[in-house]
Design a protein around this ligand. Structure first.
Ligand code: NAI
Length: 247
């Protein structure tokens, strides 16, 4: 896989799956625009990428704000002239049983995980359509396919992301742009670190491969879907879940 000359925009790139995806793309030759709310951590990721001999831009962007997304995408275009790959990775959880869920926690999760992806897609598509080439990869979740008690907001956002993936894939296929999702299972990152040992044990019992996945394992799936080699794959959801759910 060769990403030389390609420019990737990765949201939520300061840590976890986003950081690993940006590094995996850069390792294979891509230049990377890194976005998230925490500039300091992003700059560390940018330094790592520059040490690989690739260009990197660290930008503050809050995906839940249309203005922030539009402003950041404009800066990336100024910096790199184009965007070939968009990885919609930024995501948050605010778990509770639905009867106890505060409407503001429902809205905040939908706003970041689903509206944010829509804003980013909407901002990068005109350029991709003009250049007749593009790859969009949305980071969904296994729970979008299974449901999960205590995560109605998160699951709704990720199931929405899969619907968004398939619809946009159909809309832009004729422009040589592919739109796919990855659905990670139980991955060792800050997001799962905060779960109690009891919950972790229970989830591990549901995974045929018997272990948590790594951010790198998800990133390699993202990179494959971003590659030229995946050119005939669109509207697909790639499960990276250790067998936790077999579609
Ligand atoms: P993480 O919490 O380590 O990283 C999340 C990233 O999103 C951070 O860089 C954070 O700054 C960024 N972010 C959050 N809100 C943002 C906003 N409004 N604007 C810009 N950036 C924002 O979590 P992790 O695990 O790396 O998650 C990455 C993605 O993978 C998320 O979409 C998550 O839902 C998804 N995922 C994670 C799984 C896991 O087991 N860790 C499983 C399935 C999906």
């Amino acid at each position: 896989m060769n990403f030389e000359g390609r420019i990737a925009l990765v949201t939520g790139a300061s840590q976890g799956i986003g950081r690993a995806s940006a590094l995996a793309l850069a390792e294979a030759g891509a230049d990377a625009a890194l976005c998230s709310r925490n500039l300091e951590r992003l700059e560390n990721v940018a330094k790592t990428i520059e040490a690989m001999g690739k260009k990197a831009l660290a930008l503050r962007m809050d995906v839940s704000s249309l203005e922030s997304v539009n402003a950041a995408v404009a800066k990336v275009l100024e910096w790199g002239g184009k965007i070939d790959i968009l990885v919609n990775n930024a995501g948050v959880t605010k778990d509770n049983l639905v009867m106890r869920m505060k409407p503001e926690d429902w809205e905040a999760v939908l706003k970041t995980n689903l509206d944010g992806a829509f804003y980013c897609i909407r901002a990068v598509l005109p350029g991709m359509v003009r250049q007749r080439r593009g790859r969009i990869i949305n980071v969904a979740s296994v729970v979008a396919e299974t449901g999960n008690p205590g995560q109605a907001n998160y699951v709704a956002s990720k199931a929405g992301l899969i619907g968004l993936t398939k619809s946009v894939a159909a809309e832009v296929a004729s422009r040589n742009i592919t739109v796919n999702a990855v659905a990670p299972g139980f991955i060792a990152t800050a997001m799962t670190e905060r779960l109690s040992e009891g919950v972790k044990e229970k989830i591990l019992g549901l995974i045929p491969l018997g272990r948590m996945g790594t951010d790198r394992e998800v990133a390699l799936g993202v990179r494959f879907l971003a590659s030229e080699e995946a050119g005939y794959i669109t509207g697909h959801v790639l499960n990276i879940n250790g067998g936790m759910y077999m579609a």
